[in-house]
Design a protein around this ligand. Structure first.
Ligand SMILES: Nc1nc2c(ncn2[C@@H]2O[C@H](COP(=O)(O)OP(=O)(O)OP(=O)(O)O)[C@@H](O)[C@H]2O)c(=O)[nH]1
Ligand SMILES: [Mg+2]
Length: 241
């Protein structure tokens, strides 16, 4: 019986994969109540072949692989991974090892009782980042919170973790990077507790930044986030949410 399923969406992260699988295996240790689900999210860099070779090894039985043939966005990949999950508590985190996958298990052990109640969402809060990134995140958090009337802080920090009963709210979840914002918004709306815990945020070692890790990425993140926020506001006004 799995208690915790951790989904890791991977998009063109071939350089990180051997390290990622090893770190997740060590984090899992001998625990049989934890499973990892790696999602090859429509990568074009040989990710699928690398995963197949790694996950066929007996020591890597702790993990499953989900293959999304055509990339349809970060959120879509996570939702596909969640559909394979057997755990009572579900989580996701990133593939580039900026946040240690072990943190997900530590937080699960720490907040397991609140998570089991279905009334708590657990999220990371990034430490160890540069001043500019901290300022960028703080500004995004304040503006997003104001526009949605919802307390949002360090939205894109990983992991996100919740009881499986929360998945009923994911049918209309966005398929792009706004998924993280959406789950926090819904949790606030339902009056759930959003429990943060500190995670050290390292520099990316392999592959290239596709999210907010570069200036170009930050520009795209701003455009995408505000487009989604205004769509959400419209839906709320029209009673669709
Ligand atoms: N851009 C993108 N990333 C995806 C997708 N599916 C999964 N991912 C993963 O989402 C994670 C977040 O992307 P990152 O490029 O790390 O974003 P970021 O952390 O804001 O940027 P960096 O700080 O430079 O790493 C990575 O682990 C990607 O592999 C997808 O469809 N598009
Ligand atoms: Mg990253």
């Amino acid at each position: 019986m799995k208690k915790l399923s951790i989904v890791i969406p991977c998009y063109n992260e071939s350089g990180s994969l051997p390290n990622l699988v090893q770190v997740c295996r060590e984090a899992c240790g001998a625990r049989e109540d934890v499973e990892f689900i790696f999602v090859d999210n429509g990568s074009s860099d040989g990710t699928q072949e690398i995963f197949k070779k790694l996950l066929i090894k007996p020591e890597n039985k702790f993990a499953k692989l989900m293959h999304v043939p055509i990339n349809q966005g970060y959120g879509y990949g996570i939702l596909q991974g969640l559909s394979l999950a057997e755990g009572e508590v579900l989580a996701w985190t990133h593939a580039d090892l900026q946040t240690d996958p072990k943190d997900v298990i530590i937080a699960f052990d720490q907040f397991g009782t609140s998570l089991a109640s279905g009334q708590t969402i657990v999220k990371g809060e990034r430490n160890g980042r540069g001043l500019f990134d901290v300022f960028f995140t703080a500004s995004m958090s304040v503006i997003s919170s104001f526009l949605l009337g919802s307390k949002l802080w360090d939205v894109n920090a990983q992991p996100k973790m919740f009881h499986r009963s929360f998945t009923k709210h994911l049918d209309v979840a966005p398929h792009d990077f706004s998924l993280d914002l959406y789950v926090l918004f819904v949790a606030n709306r339902l009056g759930m507790k959003v429990q943060s815990f500190p995670v050290f945020f390292a520099k990316r070692e392999f592959g290239e930044a596709k999210g907010g890790g570069s200036l170009k990425g930050k520009y795209k993140l701003i455009k995408r986030t505000f487009a989604y926020i205004f769509q959400l506001r419209k839906d709320i006004k029209q009673g669709k949410r």
